[in-house]
Design a protein around this ligand. Sequence first.
Ligand SMILES: [Zn+2]
Ligand SMILES: [Zn+2]
Length: 90
Amino acid sequence: MQQNLWGEYECIDIQRIPRGTPEIVSYTPVHCEFYGHTWEYFGITGLKRCTACQIKGYCPGCTPNPPTKDAQPFYCTKHTPRQTGSEESA
Ligand SMILES: [Zn+2]
Ligand SMILES: [Zn+2]
């Protein structure tokens, strides 16, 4: 009693393969993760923008209050807390 199973023919729809859109921006956020953001200062005091990933940031050390709501805190080289070494208290 062997049941002859015909392999069901799967109708494979040719799916639309999304073409990878050519990225105009050569920089990627990964670049920023490795090399850091390339900051460019705005007209607004304390607000800076990364020319690579367009993220907005500000230094909490220089600017206690965020210039804009979407600005994220990024310490500048001055206020970057050093991981190694003792903390210097002002
Ligand atoms: Zn960036
Ligand atoms: Zn600062």
